[in-house]
Design a protein around this ligand. Structure first.
Ligand SMILES: CC(C)(COP(=O)(O)OP(=O)(O)OC[C@H]1O[C@@H](n2cnc3c(N)ncnc32)[C@H](O)[C@@H]1OP(=O)(O)O)[C@@H](O)C(=O)NCCC(=O)NCCS
Length: 420
């Protein structure tokens, strides 16, 4: 899908000028964002804005937009780069984060205009998926759908950490730069058949650099008697909400998990609530055994601007799934997205090509496969599996291919929280 490059400056009316951010904007952006989201966001925000260019990514601030009026930054947001793993396949992805407009300038289309700009930018970077978390429905207005569920969220009662007090032999301490290699290795224990955002050594190094003991963002590691890293937990003390949030973390055993949960719980200020994001392995098992499950309100927004490109990235995954199934069909499977159709060419149970099929405006008519485009992400990322998606959504149908679609699109777990 080709789009023309973003112009240098766009006039939005009312004296508002939209442009790419520069390093000179960083302090003004931080002021705007801290006013919107609280001081606890500042360390992470500055780390992203000041991130230098790497072999694969431009400098952090280069993918931010600002809207200025009379030289003052009144709206801003940034595009983060990710590699999204989907059941073993890597998909170039982005995330739009820190979306904020100053009071007095809201409802004037400033965010809508920046999203158009950042969508073009994302296409230039070859991103085939975009993620955003936030206000219900808002981003559906910009072509996003609810493509991913939050990993389960768990709540710990006020005094629970006392009974979790660990009797084993782990030491918990703040993470340091020397831990980066071990943190990268620990990520190899994340479930490989899962939707997850890759954390590179650059990601971990940045995390370690902005997390501080006693600060808004904290990263603690657990080490065993030999000094080997056997777990980590990342927590955020959100001052505006008076909540402590822990990301899906890692524990080699449930004993380590209990020690980490007890550690986070003990650090929670009085009267603040504690929320822990679930995940695979011993970390998730610890939460299931010790905390109360709560439902986080809605999913993560996902935009798939080029469904054919996304489909091409998933071909190896589909072929592995087909090889492990009874489906050895040859022929064409058309997945109607109503305005466009993704056609899979199958040859004896192998997807050999992804192309465009004829537009099918009413797939229900002749028992074709139809997926409204804003649910295509949920289909590809296994939010409920093809069958579950069709049961939930009026404009999704598996037509005469429920078995084949179920094989191609099973339900997957995800530990994406849009946050690292
Ligand atoms: C939410 C916020 C970013 C919107 O910025 P904005 O510049 O006013 O947004 P726009 O004027 O471009 O509006 C974009 C669309 O979202 C809608 N919208 C704006 N604010 C909204 C809100 N708070 N809730 C729901 N929808 C909203 C608008 O109606 C508009 O829809 P339309 O284009 O289809 O008419 C701004 O109110 C803000 O900074 N709030 C505080 C920080 C925050 O909550 N950020 C979002 C985190 S997810």
């Amino acid at each position: 899908m080709s789009q023309s490059p973003a112009p240098a400056t766009v006039e939005l009316g009312g004296g508002h000028l939209l442009r790419a951010a520069t390093p000179d904007d960083i302090d003004d952006i931080v002021t705007l964002e801290v006013a919107a989201f609280g001081a606890s966001d500042e360390p992470r925000l500055r780390a992203h804005l000041n991130a230098p260019a790497t072999d694969t990514q431009p400098a952090g601030v280069d993918d931010w937009t600002v809207v200025c009026q009379r030289g003052r930054v009144v709206s801003a947001c940034g595009l983060l780069h990710h590699r999204l793993w989907v059941d073993g396949a890597v998909v170039p992805a982005g995330q739009i984060e820190w979306v904020a407009t100053a009071p007095g300038h809201r409802r004037g289309g400033l965010v809508r205009a920046q999203f158009s700009w950042l969508h073009r930018r994302a296409t230039e970077h070859g991103m085939v998926v975009l993620l955003v978390a936030g206000i219900p429905y808002l981003y559906r207005r910009f072509g996003y759908g609810y493509g991913l569920s939050w990993p389960g969220t768990w709540h710990l009662a006020d005094d629970s950490h006392r009974r979790l007090a660990h009797r084993g032999q782990v030491r918990i301490r703040p993470a340091e730069p020397r831990d980066v290699a071990a943190l990268v290795s620990a990520d190899a224990h994340r479930h490989q058949r899962q939707v997850r955002i890759e954390r590179s050594s650059d990601t971990w190094a940045r995390l370690v650099s902005y997390c501080r003991p006693g600060g808004a963002e904290r990263l603690a590691v657990a080490e065993d008697r030999q000094g080997d890293l056997v777990g980590w937990v990342k927590s955020e003390h959100a001052d505006v909400e008076r909540q402590v949030w822990a990301l899906p973390s890692y524990a080699a055993t449930t004993d380590v998990g209990r020690a980490l949960v007890a550690h986070v719980a003990a650090e929670r200020p009085p009267e603040w609530s504690l929320h822990l994001a679930g995940g695979p392995g011993a970390w998730g098992a610890t939460l299931r055994a010790t905390a109360r499950s709560t439902r986080y309100d809605h999913g993560i927004f996902v935009r798939c601007p080029d469904p054919h490109a996304l489909a091409r990235a998933l071909v190896p995954v589909w072929n592995r799934r087909l090889a492990n199934s009874d489906h050895h069909e040859s022929g064409e499977l058309d997945i109607s997205l109503y305005r466009t159709t993704v056609r899979l060419h199958l040859d004896e149970g192998k997807v050999t090509e992804v192309g465009h099929g004829p537009i099918i405006e009413d797939p229900f008519d002749h028992a074709d496969v139809g997926v409204a485009p804003d649910w295509f992400g949920a289909l590809c990322f296994g939010r409920w599996g093809a069958q579950g998606l069709a049961e939930r959504c009026d404009d999704v149908t598996l037509g005469r291919y429920p078995g084949l679609m179920g094989t191609l699109f099973p339900r997957l777990d995800s530990d994406v929280v849009c946050d690292l």
